[in-house]
Design a protein around this ligand. Structure first.
Ligand SMILES: C[S@@+](CC[C@H](N)C(=O)[O-])C[C@H]1O[C@@H](n2cnc3c(N)ncnc32)[C@H](O)[C@@H]1O
Length: 369
């Protein structure tokens, strides 16, 4: 058995929220809705080969598939556990509007990490219904659900990042930030974008505050990832041979992001083997393209050691747009440099035994290294 596979399932690209910045842009008009049987075939093909199966429901808006869809899929996962002795971990990324009692209970019963897109006190800058979404978050938490807010930051909010962190901390809501990227609608309405240098400065100041904040009671995912960053480690391991997506058209594609539809790897059938996708000609073609881009963009980059082309690969999967690749590289490089400089200071303090000023999260992260 192969160890781990990450499946992204996009039941539909339809959405019931009109976010001003959405990277799916006009794909939102797609009306296709996947058949649950197709999803089950996909899941079973993973279970035949892998023992750890991570499933992320995404979209579009995955709640639009309806409760019956998830009843079927989660019941099928139980059959798979009995048949193949596999382990599932489920993630569900939603705008929260259609989360109802039954679906919430189903997600909780299947130990799903529910990612609710919510921008805290600045939610209505990019989207609508902030009170309703906040109520849903509180409700899921009160029911004992695992919730994480996906907080997109943009021109309307990034200068208030420290306030946003405090806001989530006071309310005990775990979160991560998604810096806005110029894709889809956000590529058209550039007024939504941040000034990169100013963003890095605000991000660094907030990170410096957080490392010493002993009142922190939440998991701030972005900063915990930053705190794990070292000059000799790669920030994110490559997702090659590990991540794969089933789109609303019922076909399989590499990686679970939008706009990756140019590399179709097949359709799940009763005898389909997912591992073969990674040897498919289309997969090789994608890797060749990425390697060519990495040579072109990464060779002279200061952050090559920690990034190793991850930012370029991710941007490439979104769009084949030189401007976006450069935007993404520039921003990532500056973030890496700023965070590593702060982490150097922390390590220096730890060498001198000056650890008291830091939060327990930092003490644990830096003591263990
Ligand atoms: C595209 S939505 C799809 C899933 C679901 N409908 C939801 O709202 O969470 C997933 C996340 O991507 C974020 N997102 C969309 N467009 C983006 C952009 N241009 N830059 C950064 N994040 C973006 C959204 O804010 C949302 O949190």
């Amino acid at each position: 058995m192969i160890h781990e596979i990450a499946l992204t399932i996009k039941p539909t690209m339809k959405c019931n929220m009109r976010c001003k910045h959405c990277f799916n842009g006009d794909d939102l008009n797609g009306t296709e809705m996947i058949e649950p049987e197709r999803v089950c075939q996909f899941i079973e093909s993973a279970c035949r080969e892998y023992c750890d199966v991570k499933v992320t429901f995404h979209g579009g808006e995955p709640t639009l598939a309806g409760n019956a869809f998830y009843r079927t899929v989660f019941a099928f996962q139980k059959q798979m556990i009995d048949r193949y002795n596999v382990k599932f971990s489920n993630n569900f990324t939603t705008n929260g509007l259609l989360l109802n009692d039954e679906l919430i209970e189903l997600l909780i019963a299947n130990n799903t990490l529910i990612n609710i897109s919510f921008d805290g006190p600045y939610h209505d800058f990019l989207r609508q219904d902030s009170e309703l979404v906040y109520e849903k978050i509180c409700y899921v938490k009160a029911k004992g659900g695992r919730v994480r807010a996906f907080c997109t930051i943009s021109k309307g909010s990034y200068e208030h990042l420290l306030e946003i962190y405090k806001w989530f901390n006071e309310r005990r809501i775990d979160f991560k930030i998604l810096p806005i990227e110029p894709r889809g609608y956000a590529a058209i309405d550039r007024e939504l974008l941040m000034d990169t240098d100013h963003f890095i400065s605000v991000l660094t100041d907030t990170y410096k505050y957080w490392i010493k904040d002993k009142t922190c009671k939440i998991k701030f995912y972005t900063f915990e990832e930053f705190a794990a960053l070292r000059r000799d480690t790669q920030f994110k391991p490559f997702w090659f041979n590990r991540e794969i997506a089933l789109n609303p058209d019922g076909k399989i594609y590499p990686f679970g992001r939008p706009n990756d539809i140019q590399f179709c790897l097949g359709e799940p059938t009763d005898s389909f083997r997912i591992s073969r996708c990674f040897y498919a000609d289309e997969y090789k073609r994608m890797l060749e393209t990425l390697n060519r881009l990495r040579k072109e963009y990464c060779t002279d980059c200061d952050s090559l050691g920690v990034c190793n082309g991850v930012c370029i690969c991710m941007s490439y999967m979104y769009v084949q747009d030189d401007a976006l690749l450069r935007y993404s590289c520039n921003q990532s490089n500056k973030i890496f440099k700023a965070v590593l400089a702060v982490n150097d200071e922390i390590m220096n303090d730890f060498r001198q035994g000056e650890t008291e000023k830091y939060s327990d999260i930092i003490k644990n992260k830096f003591a263990e290294k």
